[in-house]
Design a protein around this ligand. Structure first.
Ligand SMILES: [Zn+2]
Length: 191
């Protein structure tokens, strides 16, 4: 039994009014996308894929937050909260790594400064460390606020060649493997 011929239904995008296959050339393709995903997924398989990927992200986010909240109800919630900090948008910020970062900075072409960041993470008092560094290398050293408003020690001159030994000898809690240099924008282990 032959099917009755159906009248051809012409579908128009309810966002821009164009036939859906022309939406991508239309002025409001971005706004059309949700409608297209629902009404003309065959025409734009890429959109559907992207949408599915987004869904998957949301689901895994939900799973993660469930994991965190169930951990919170447990006893060791404080440690957990310290470890992971949720940022707006669902991204997870890991707890700051315990490491000392040393960077040689050349200011005004000739003046060289060695910055030392992170000693406080090892329980070192920065004002004390700054005094010791200044004395050891017979130079000026001071605690200053770095670009991210975190305190660091600025030591006048290039002491980057001797500083690792001095740090590990003065503060044995700081292992050589926890010390890094920034060289040409790259983080290089001191050890
Ligand atoms: Zn459209």
């Amino acid at each position: 039994m032959a099917e009755k011929p159906q009248p051809v239904v012409v579908l128009y995008c309810q966002v821009c009014g164009l036939p859906p296959e022309y939406c991508e050339f239309g002025p409001e393709f971005d706004k059309c996308k949700p409608w297209l995903i629902l009404n003309a997924p065959d025409l734009y398989p890429d959109l559907l894929q992207a949408a599915n990927a987004n869904e998957a992200d949301k689901v895994s986010d939900q799973l993660q937050s469930t994991g965190i909240s169930s951990a919170d109800s447990g006893g060791s919630s404080e440690a957990k909260q310290e470890e992971v900090k949720r940022l707006p948008g669902g991204k997870i910020k890991k707890k700051e790594k315990k490491e000392v970062i040393i960077e040689k900075v050349v200011r005004n072409k000739r003046k060289c400064i060695t910055t030392v960041k992170g000693l406080e993470l090892f329980g070192v008092k920065l004002s004390d460390a700054s005094k010791k560094l200044g004395k050891k290398f017979a130079t000026g050293a001071s605690v200053v606020k770095g670009p991210t408003d975190k305190e660091q020690i600025d030591v006048q001159g290039d002491i980057s060649y001797d500083i690792v030994e001095f740090i590990t000898e003065t503060w044995p809690d700081v292992l050589e493997t926890s010390i890094f240099f920034i060289e040409d924008g790259k983080k290089v282990p001191a050890a």
